[in-house]
Ligand binder design. Structure first.
Ligand code: UDP
Length: 261
């Protein structure tokens, strides 16, 4: 049994997650909700069990990334919907890595969905809902002091390493990684030096995944495009990764409410 960790004060509630105090210094609790939003919150739905699936999928990916030396905020999973993470000072950027043209890249540049890029693209978006997360360049980021030059180097290097690793991981389970979004945060070590680490989550909410044989969409695009079968797609990703929780298979999904320990 994991030690009992009592949930404390809510720190922040976002679209798909809630952060709580953990009562332990430097550590907080990340709770995964079933809420799905798209188009800057204009579209919203509850997808029963999504939070549980994302919790398990993100745990596995963060664990594997730690294993290849990518520093992450993930400490351990606490229960079906929650994980203990390091508290970071979030860098206000969404870092998107693309292998194949899709979504906003296609609408912005008039490209056809599915165009295989000759090399991965790393893009930065300023995290600001009111402004609709606008695309920015590293010039904006450096001039506005959102991140320092050495932090940008670390972000780009890690984003590309994560892309290489995840592309291989998914290709082994017949999934094509089209694109994904990362967030990074700062932590301070015992000498007062700051380090940039991977934060947030990595799940089908923040990636585009296609079945490599059928081309079937197995990510949040099913929700964006009103295709139905969102939960089943996330379950399929979890199943192929070997992390589909037994309770989900048995139809017992813990409610999206208070901490379950
Ligand atoms: N993405 C995300 N959160 C966002 C915006 C994008 O997780 O707020 C992910 C999205 O799921 C996709 C990638 O980042 O895997 C690129 O998204 P894109 O810029 O094409 O935007 P979208 O099509 O979501 O408008």
């Amino acid at each position: 049994m994991l030690p009992f960790i009592k949930k404390r004060t809510k720190i922040y509630e976002g679209k798909a997650k809630v952060l709580y105090e953990s009562g332990q210094p430097g550590l907080i609790i990340q709770h995964f909700k079933d809420d799905a939003t798209a188009f800057n919150r204009k579209k919203h739905a509850i997808i029963e069990g999504k939070g549980v699936l994302n919790n398990f999928i993100s745990e596995l990916i963060m664990d594997k990334l730690s294993g290849i030396g990518v520093p992450t905020h993930f400490v351990r999973r606490l229960n079906m919907r929650e994980q203990l993470i390091r508290r970071t000072e979030i860098i206000p950027l969404e870092v998107v890595v693309r292998n194949i043209a899709a979504g906003s890249l296609c609408s912005r540049l008039g490209l056809e969905e599915g165009l295989v890029l000759s090399r991965p693209i790393v893009e930065f978006y300023y995290k600001n809902d009111e402004l609709g997360d606008p695309l920015v360049t590293d010039e904006h980021i450096l001039a506005l002091d959102w991140a320092a030059p050495h932090e940008m180097n670390s972000i780009v290097n890690n984003a590309l390493r994560i892309n290489d690793f995840l592309t291989g991981l998914f290709s082994g389970i017949q999934l094509i990684l089209v694109d994904f979004k990362l967030e990074f945060g700062r932590v301070e070590d015992e000498y007062g030096e700051t380090q940039v680490i991977l934060a947030d989550e990595i799940s089908p909410d923040s990636m585009r995944l296609r079945d490599s044989r059928s081309g079937e969409i197995l990510d949040k695009d099913r929700f964006r495009k009103d295709m139905g079968g969102v939960k089943e797609a996330y379950q399929e990703v979890a199943r192929r990764l070997g992390v589909l929780p037994k309770d989900i298979l048995n139809g017992i999904i813990p409610p999206d409410g208070e901490t379950e320990n």
